[in-house]
Ligand binder design. Sequence first.
Ligand code: CP
Length: 305
Amino acid sequence: MTMNAARGSLLGIEHLSPDEIFRVLKSARRMNPLKPPPLLRGKRVFLLFYEASTRTRSSFEVAAKSMGAMTTLVLSSGSSIEKGESLLDTGYTLQAVGADMIVVRHPHAGAPALMAKYLDVPVINAGDGMHEHPTQALLDGYTILRHKKTIKGVQVAIVGDIYHSRVARSAIYLLTKLGAKVTLCGPPEFVPDLATSLAPGLRITRTVEDAIRGADVIMTLRVQKERLAGMKVSLQDYVARYQITLARLKLARKDAIVMHPGPIIRGLELTWEVADCPQSAIVEEVKNGVPVRMAVMARAIGRAG
Ligand code: CP
């Protein structure tokens, strides 16, 4: 169980039940970032980031502060992590100075789970290696629900570098648990055949037109250039075969939405025109991160909104 009911940790989507997911999404819907409930008043939330982040870090901070928490940011650069302090010793330190909750992003899969195992405070996974990014999946589910009213039966095409993507992994777990029909699309280096074992009912196609045709949601992912060393992937070829363009978008349903967890690389995984088109929900996803993270943190301390 990754969301420990007693301690409120959120480590991944894989082991959550559909009911647990819906409870968080319903709680997020009740959260009004313009009139936030003071559910974290007097609480100390530590944001422990070993990797770069703009959206996740800032929305956790805004969400926590708006509910009355005091937040402290600890980055690997400029902290004692640079001197060699271990993950657990850093966790014990934050707990000793009064953390009520730790939000952690780490380059290694399993780092948040390790902290949750040994610490007495809830730990929230803000992205761990190539494993999971559960709050991104929750805000993506929230965004789809706002547009489509349901997730059951919704056709979702996930296009791009799925192999390296913790966002894709969490999204696949969440969407299939809630009954979406999910198609994965990309070259074999990005979407190995083995990816179908992640969840029941997954389909793989190597042709982006096939993936997009009739889709309700197109979720494109950042090509993680920093992780491509040793892989036989030509970015030029990727753009020609898989980039989301306005012409390709026309194959989807008229009311289809385009999603991307960000940061987007315009001209690579999608064109400028697609990023800014009326069907783009990319900025809205970022906005939805605030109520979703409010709900996750309220849940962590046993005060679901
Ligand atoms: N989607 C996402 O995790 O973005 P950041 O890396 O900016 O937090």
